[in-house]
Each structure stands twice: as C-alpha cells, then as structure tokens.
Design a protein around this ligand. Structure first.
Ligand SMILES: [Mg+2]
Length: 269
C-alpha cells in the first residue's frame, strides 16, 4: 500500500553534524591562541559556544547566521569576563570561520540514492521537510539533486517543531495511518510525529548534536521504529505494514508487540 514518507534532510539523508564539529574544533583552536595568556580550556569554550547557539535557536529558530554569530558572541563573552580587549580583525576571522561551514560541499549518507530509488519503485510518495533557512537548505538540496525524488514536495522551515510539522500534514492532506516521519532528531522529527499521531522512524546519527536529544514519553498511535541505517528503511516499512495487516485480519497479536518486533528486527537482532 502506498505510504507518504516525510524525510528530514540533515543527518538523515546527508551529513551535517560532522561539518559543524570540524568548524567548531577550528574555532576552539583559534580561541586558545587568542586566549593563550588566560586559563581557558577547550571544554569551557565548547560549552559556552553551545549555550549561546542554543539560546539563539530558542529565540530565532534555525537560522544560518546564528552559527558564526555564536563564535563572535563566545569571543566577546570571554574578552569581557577575562578583561581582554576585543580586536575587530579577530572577530571578522571568527565570523568567516563560522560561515565556512555553509561552503562545504554536502555528501549523501551511504545508500541514500539507492534507498530513495527503492521507495519510489515501491510506489511511495516522498516528501522532504527540513529545518533551516531557505538559502542554505536549497544549496544542499540542489547539490544532492534531491528534486529528482521529491519534485515539489519540499518544505523548508526555520522552526522545526510540532506546529511546523502540522502545517506540512495539513498541506499534504495525508491519512496519518499511512504517513511517516523519518529522521535523526528525537526533538524535531520524532517527538512532533508522535504528538501528531503519525508513524515515526528514528535513525540515530553517528555524531549527534546535543540540541536533538530529548526524552520521548509519548505512546505511539502507529509505528515507532528505530533502525541503524537508512538502507534498512524500505524493509522496515514493508515488514511493519505486512505485520499490522495480519493484526487487522485478526492474528491476535497486539500493536505494541508488532511495533517492538519490527524495530528489533530492523536493528538486526
Ligand atoms: Mg536532521
């Protein structure tokens, strides 16, 4: 049966966190040079940058400019608290360093093209729903040539939460029973999907951003699967549909059991 599959982009279809991690490490290296005469540690700088970045997301959403700005704000914070003067050339350098993350050519996760091709072949409708500003997300979508699979079914949102996902669901007018959210983020993909009663597939990223990690204590209406790689997705969806169909036919197994069994199998147990 045709399913509506809504995909996250960053760290679900293509790499993202590793580029940020690379640039954050360069930022910390540079800060340690600027503050070499002060007792400032890598961990302190990392913690402060994350704190400033997360506060900015809470206030303004997933805009691109907040990231280079978090470098400059972290620098200013330590200049003030340690009594060191600011140097505009240093702030310019850090801002450019932050912006460099948006110039790295994006790479697909292993088997991304094959998996999307397989899902199209199986007759599913694919949607892309990604958080960030339009310019940066479009850059990645174009580099990866994703319109081949998603056509006009592409949603880009600065805020990626339950309200934003509801807007997507209202727009596509899909039956929740046959609609799935697939993503790496418990916060922005899985929690909103479960709150809105659609199916969810969590594919944890190898390297996860602290922002994306939250506790999930919502009873799923449909499927809530966890798989360890994108290429297991077509099989996990097929398996869930065929097992729940048996359930509807009166096979006498509970939904909870089905959900867990499929998740375990998809994990390779
Ligand atoms: Mg993501």
């Amino acid at each position: 049966m045709k399913q509506n599959l809504i995909f996250d982009l960053d760290d679900t279809l293509s790499y993202c966190n590793k580029y940020f991690e690379l640039v954050i490490n360069k930022f910390i290296d540079q800060m340690l040079v600027y503050f070499k005469d002060y007792a400032l540690t890598r961990e302190e700088i990392r913690k402060k940058q994350l704190e400033i970045d997360l506060a900015s997301i809470d206030q303004n959403g997933l805009t691109s400019h907040r990231f280079p700005d978090s470098f400059v704000q972290t620098y200013k914070h330590y200049c003030t608290s340690l009594g060191r003067g600011t140097v505009s050339a240093e702030m310019d350098f850090l801002c450019e360093l932050g912006e460099s993350v948006f110039k790295i050519k994006v790479e697909p996760l292993p088997s991304m093209y094959e998996t999307l091709q397989q899902l199209v072949k199986e007759g599913h409708e694919l949607y892309l729903y990604t958080g960030g500003d339009e310019e940066n997300q479009c850059r990645k979508i174009n580099q990866l040539e994703l319109s081949t699979f998603f056509h006009h079914n592409i949603f880009i949102s600065i805020h990626k939460d339950t309200k934003a996902l509801k807007h997507v669901l209202d727009t596509i007018q899909a039956d929740p029973k046959n609609t799935w959210m697939i993503g790496n983020s418990l916060r922005t993909d899985i929690k909103p999907a479960l709150e809105l009663g659609i199916n969810a597939v969590h594919i944890p990223a190898a390297l996860e951003w602290e922002y994306n990690i939250v506790d999930i204590d919502i009873e799923p209406t449909g499927a809530f699967l966890t798989i360890d790689s994108l290429e297991k997705l077509p099989g996990a969806i097929r398996e869930y549909i065929s097992t729940t169909r048996k359930e509807y036919n009166g096979a006498g197994i509970t939904r909870e059991f089905v959900t867990n069994a499929v998740a375990e199998e998809a994990k390779g147990f």
